[in-house]
Write a protein that binds this ligand. Structure first.
Ligand SMILES: Nc1nc2c(c(=O)[nH]1)N[C@H]1C(S)=C(S)[C@@H](COP(=O)(O)OP(=O)(O)OC[C@H]3O[C@@H](n4cnc5c(=O)[nH]c(N)nc54)[C@H](O)[C@@H]3O)O[C@H]1N2
Ligand SMILES: Nc1nc2c(c(=O)[nH]1)N[C@H]1C(S)=C(S)[C@@H](COP(=O)(O)OP(=O)(O)OC[C@H]3O[C@@H](n4cnc5c(=O)[nH]c(N)nc54)[C@H](O)[C@@H]3O)O[C@H]1N2
Ligand code: SF4
Ligand SMILES: [Mo]
Length: 729
């Protein structure tokens, strides 16, 4: 058969770069960057370009599996759904809906339907126990935005193509391609800021792959960003560089905010951040002089101990200086759903106000923190979790898992179901594993960041059909979740009507819809969504296989118009935050006292993606077959180790062993360790299981007291550690 080509988009990370697939029969022979894509314009990275090899991996799941003793056996869909359904019904009847929980992982979140259906499945069972990656990733931004703007998904992002000054804290776009800001080809876009005479700063304990190529590197001691930001605010306030008119008209709480910044002069905080008062002032100069500037913090700060307060102060600075909601500053996108925050707020969506059973932590965007999952499972009492559905996730390696406590918890569950494309470490503890689709087998509209938050510097829409069909008993996650809901008796969205609609549709495979009889397919679903989003029909979207530009940002259309707090004003000084800021005095003293201790941070790698690309042979070849502890040579000397030697890294809760790599990329006092490793027992991953890396999250503390209160964020950066040499055995 002659090869054919098809344009599609990658769904590994947020840029969702355009790809062109060459397909022979059911085999994808190559993926190339889509040169004509309207935004990524021929950009794609090595992960996207090798995705077909991941897709065709011999380890892919093809049949539903059931654990029998210590083995997995293939069973039919009918049987698997019957058995899971019966167990869930029994648990719900005996213990109530909260006995059932789900963990929604990262990869599937780049698709439209499965995240919605996972949440709906639990709601339908009467359970509040949804966990997802947000509590390792970005819930601090949601928790803060809810107070500042009235809705968690209102997330201003830098107008990167027009700004004259961008200060990035805790982000390494050259490797990550950014987060909460869709940014294919980040280096070109960031370099352009300098080319038009602007400034770029990277505040980071490590001189990253990005900072090596452009901008100004500013080293910061891990987990002290809140003090840097408070001093930045202090300077802005002292200089009265405030757009008073704008603030008066569209914001409240300026006095409270000013007070919060008072104690934090640049000189004072330099003692713990390591950023001198002069350096900080020069950054404030650059920011204030620029015609459009933005502070933008990301995962590096989110994963610290004060992520919510840090994001609050950042947003407040952007707001009071007049940079929020202006071209060249930060923008609030419209997303595909017009006035989504307004409507969602009215309906109360993602605005639950409940507290977790264990630790009384607030839910964020209707989810609880994964850092309490082990406790929720292990602590008896009403509402105890007895079943877990893991949808494209690998919590065992990716959430704080003090000394392997989560493994103990998962082993204690009566039912664990994994929906994945591989049998990963978490799935090894499952009772059932359901084979999903790779992105190349899914029709899609990109979700969350584009459709809900509109975090697109260049707004556009794109639809892709599946590139290749399902094999054997693989199923689209949308269909799996719908069938599971029916088997378990979950009224989707808690609504009998919606459930009745789905049942009718699925039961007979046909449903009366707009007078016609249509077969249920994921494409049809997406067609309905596209129309609901007013993107037109799929047929019309297919006419733009490289994406279709939507209306560009104009700025000046958020403040006073789309802020959804009851009074329509941005709250610069939410009472709870102002109160929490008082505690920063004691943590400051603690920081001063521990200045000589090593702090551990995370590091993303070009060839891996959280825990799941280590099963691809090319990505773990040679030196890449393990993770390393990165450390400044001065610290290496103190510890007494050379590059290549083994060390033990000890935190309060556990220790791991791995080779060290000395590099002056690191700041003195900070060590970095890539996460997502530790696959030695993963017999379902024939390549990854041969790698030797260690799971850094064994070092991260879990349990409610260890999490940041407002967001439930786990502390994955700034963990105090000791590093000691070990003799190789
Ligand atoms: N120490 C430390 N820990 C971290 C982080 C850190 O920086 N440092 N980062 C955190 C962040 S930001 C995140 S988002 C989390 C991610 O954490 P998780 O979402 O828990 O884990 P992932 O490794 O992304 O893997 C998820 C699983 O999804 C499967 N998968 C991939 N594609 C598909 C698909 O199309 N369909 C289905 N059904 N399954 C699929 C993969 O096979 C893999 O088993 O990790 C967090 N953990
Ligand atoms: N290749 C690759 N790309 C990825 C991923 C991957 O695993 N691999 N994961 C994807 C996911 S799920 C996400 S959420 C995004 C995240 O993408 P980003 O939010 O852009 O985050 P990172 O690139 O991980 O950069 C975090 C940076 O924070 C720095 N850092 C650590 N601690 C601190 C601190 O205390 N203060 C400051 N200021 N900086 C600190 C680290 O040195 C690191 O450079 O990346 C995505 N892209
Ligand atoms: S940056 Fe790479 S992994 Fe991310 S969407 Fe683009 S091609 Fe895919
Ligand atoms: Mo993430």
């Amino acid at each position: 058969m002659a090869p054919r080509t098809q344009h599609t988009f990658c769904r590994i990370c947020e840029p969702t770069c355009g790809l062109t697939a060459t397909v022979e029969g059911n085999r994808i022979v190559s993926l190339e960057p889509d040169e004509d894509h309207i935004v990524s314009k021929g950009y794609a990275c090595i992960k996207g370009l090798r995705y077909h090899e991941v897709h065709h991996s011999p380890d892919r799941l093809r049949f539903p599996l059931k654990r029998v003793g210590d083995r997995f056996e293939a069973i039919s869909w009918e049987q698997v759904l019957d058995e899971i359904g019966a167990k869930v019904r029994e648990l719900v009847q005996e213990h109530g809906g909260d006995a059932i929980s789900a963990y929604l992982g990262n990869p599937i979140s780049f698709s439209l339907m499965p995240p919605i259906l996972t949440a709906a499945f639990l709601t339908g069972l009467g359970s509040k126990n949804l966990f997802q990656t947000g509590s390792q990733d970005c819930n601090n931004k949601f928790a803060a935005a809810q107070r500042l703007y009235g809705f968690p998904f209102i997330q201003p992002f830098p107008d990167v193509d027009r700004t004259q000054c961008l200060i990035m804290l805790g982000s390494n776009p050259a490797v990550s391609r950014s987060s909460f800001m869709q940014l294919p080809d980040p280096i070109r876009r960031l370099r352009a800021i300098e080319q038009r005479g602007g400034r770029v700063f990277f505040v980071n304990p490590r001189r990253t792959e990005t900072a090596k190529q452009l901008g100004t590197q500013v080293f910061i001691r891990p987990d002290t960003d809140i003090y840097f930001l408070l001093s930045f605010l202090h300077e802005v306030v002292t200089r009265d560089a405030i757009d008073h008119l704008r603030v008066r008209r569209t914001m409240k709480g300026l006095d409270a905010l000013r007070k919060v910044s008072e104690p934090w002069s640049p000189k004072r905080t330099s003692a713990i951040t390591g950023i001198s008062a002069d350096t900080l002032r020069s950054m404030v100069d650059a920011y204030l002089e620029a015609d459009g500037a933005a502070l933008f913090l990301s995962t590096g700060v989110n994963q610290g101990s004060n992520g919510t307060l840090a994001f609050w102060i950042q947003e407040a600075i952007n707001a009071i200086t007049g940079n929020l909601d202006r071209l060249g500053g930060t923008l609030v996108g419209h997303g595909y759903i017009k006035d989504f925050p307004k409507h969602a707020r009215k309906g109360g969506h993602t605005l639950r106000k409940d507290l977790s059973r264990i630790g009384q932590l607030p839910s964020v965007a209707d989810t609880f923190p994964a850092g309490i999952l082990a406790d929720e499972i292990l602590t008896p009492g009403e509402g105890q979790i007895r079943a877990l559905f893991v949808v494209s996730g690998n919590p065992l390696l990716t959430v704080p898992n003090s000394n392997g406590r989560l493994e103990q918890a998962l082993s204690a569950l009566e039912l664990v179901v994994s929906i994945d494309i591989f049998r990963n470490e978490t799935a090894n503890l499952a009772h059932y594993i359901l084979p999903g689709t790779s992105a190349m087998q899914r029709a899609d509209l990109p979700f969350v960041f584009q459709s809900l938050m509109g975090a697109q510097p260049v707004p556009y829409a794109q639809f892709t059909d599946a590139v290749v069909p399902l094999e054997d008993e693989q199923r689209d996650e949308t269909m799996i979740l719908l069938r599971l809901a029916r088997a378990c008796g979950a009224n989707l969205f808690g609504s009998r009507m919606v459930q009745g609609f789905f049942s009718a549709w699925m039961g007979v495979g046909r449903v009366p819809l707009v007078g016609k009889h249509l077969e249920l397919t994921p494409e049809r679903f997406l067609g309905l969504m596209a129309r609901a989003f007013r993107l037109g029909s799929l047929r019309s979207l297919r006419k733009d296989p490289h994406g279709r530009l939507l209306e560009d940002h104009k700025g000046n259309d958020f403040l006073g118009k789309r802020v959804v707090n009851d009074d329509g004003l941005v709250d610069l000084g939410p009472t709870e935050f102002v109160k929490a800021a008082e505690k920063l005095e004691s943590s400051f003293d603690r920081e001063l006292a521990q200045r000589d201790k090593l702090k551990l941070i995370s590091k993303r790698e070009q060839h891996s993606h959280n825990s799941w690309l280590h099963n691809h042979p090319r990505f773990v070849e040679g030196r890449r077959s393990t993770n390393y502890l990165y450390m400044h040579p001065q610290d290496g000397e103190k510890v007494g180790v050379q590059s290549g030697e083994m060390v033990e890294v000890r935190s309060r809760v556990a220790s791991v062993r791995l080779p060290v790599e000395l590099t002056d990329e690191m700041m003195v006092g900070a060590v970095a360790l890539p996460h997502g490793w530790g696959h030695q027992d993963a017999d379902g991953l024939s390549v990854a299981s041969q790698t030797t890396g260690a799971n850094v999250n064994l070092l991260a503390a879990d349990g409610p007291e260890q999490l940041e209160y407002f967001s439930g964020m786990a502390q994955l950066n700034g963990i105090l550690v000791d590093v000691v040499p070990v003799a190789e055995d």
